[in-house]
Design a protein around this ligand. Structure first.
Ligand code: SF4
Ligand code: SF4
Length: 265
């Protein structure tokens, strides 16, 4: 579906969502509000509010779908705080398909909630850099200098910086891992032979962000697979699997990226 078509999807009068895959009320109704999922939800554990838990978000989706609440800054922030880790799905004894609910909710938010200009700019930047490893690598040099000159430690210790930095930037900075030389280029070969007798052939996804910020995780994965008799195939030129875009409601970008990725593996 083209951008113009997506933008032209309108909300039927008196309805909170448009007809393009809205969250399914039947799925919402499977939640019995037992709260088992709360202890496994990282956003609830950090923020500590019901509205930042799976149960609270399902409540809000329900209230929005029946017109008791609106898509507003107050409600949207609680959907934004969901990491999409889906720990709640495996914990839920009632089998609530929260994954489908949040996947349906996010594109509705993107289409019908007007974000502030700052948020729009930040999101545009994220979606035009993070799914593209080569673009992300262009950012590495200044980040490398930032870390090597000891500025990172200074910024992290400075209470003034913490106050002055926009919250989202401060959050991103706080999870920036130490950069290694491997971050600057993919080093794993296209085929890594099995150790000993070959029992399986396995395709490996490097991950747009993981290959740059956590390459040791990919190295360890290859070691474990090959030690267990797997030949590991790592296709060159693999792009983004579209997960980032899909899980953030960027439907159009996801639809373009997913088939390309499919062809590269
Ligand atoms: S999502 Fe599942 S675990 Fe969480 S409150 Fe609903 S029924 Fe209980
Ligand atoms: S997917 Fe969202 S609601 Fe579920 S456990 Fe993760 S952060 Fe919590």
């Amino acid at each position: 579906m083209a951008a113009s078509e997506l933008n032209s999807i309108s909300v039927p009068q008196g309805q909170p969502f448009d007809t393009q895959h809205p969250p399914d009320k039947k799925l919402m109704d499977t939640c019995v509000h037992c709260g088992f999922c709360l202890s496994t939800c990282p956003s609830y554990r950090v923020i500590g509010k019901e509205t930042d838990s799976p149960r609270g978000r399902i409540y809000m989706m329900h209230d929005i779908s029946v017109g008791k609440a609106a898509l507003s800054e107050t409600t949207v922030q609680h959907f934004d705080s969901c990491l999409g880790c889906l720990a709640c799905v495996t914990t839920c004894p009632s089998g609530v398909e929260y994954d489908k609910l949040i996947a349906a909710m996010r594109p509705q938010i993107e289409r019908h909630y007007p974000r502030s200009p700052y948020e729009q700019m930040l999101r545009k930047l994220i979606f035009s850099i993070f799914p593209y490893p080569q673009r992300l690598r262009m950012l590495l040099r200044p980040l490398w200098v930032y870390q090597k000159l000891g500025m990172q430690g200074w910024v992290r210790r400075s209470p003034l910086f913490k106050q002055l930095m926009p919250k989202t930037l401060a959050a991103m900075e706080s999870v920036l891992p130490p950069l290694s030389a491997e971050a600057f280029q993919d080093r794993l070969p296209e085929i890594v032979p099995a150790q000993g007798e070959k029992r399986y052939r396995v395709g490996m996804i490097l991950g747009c962000v993981q290959r740059i910020f956590l390459p040791e995780v990919n190295d360890a994965t290859v070691r474990v697979l090959t030690a267990n008799g797997c030949e590991v195939a790592i296709p060159k030129g693999q792009g983004c699997c579209a997960a980032l875009s899909h899980h953030q409601g960027q439907e159009e970008q996801a639809k373009i990226m997913a088939p390309r990725y499919d062809r590269s593996i």
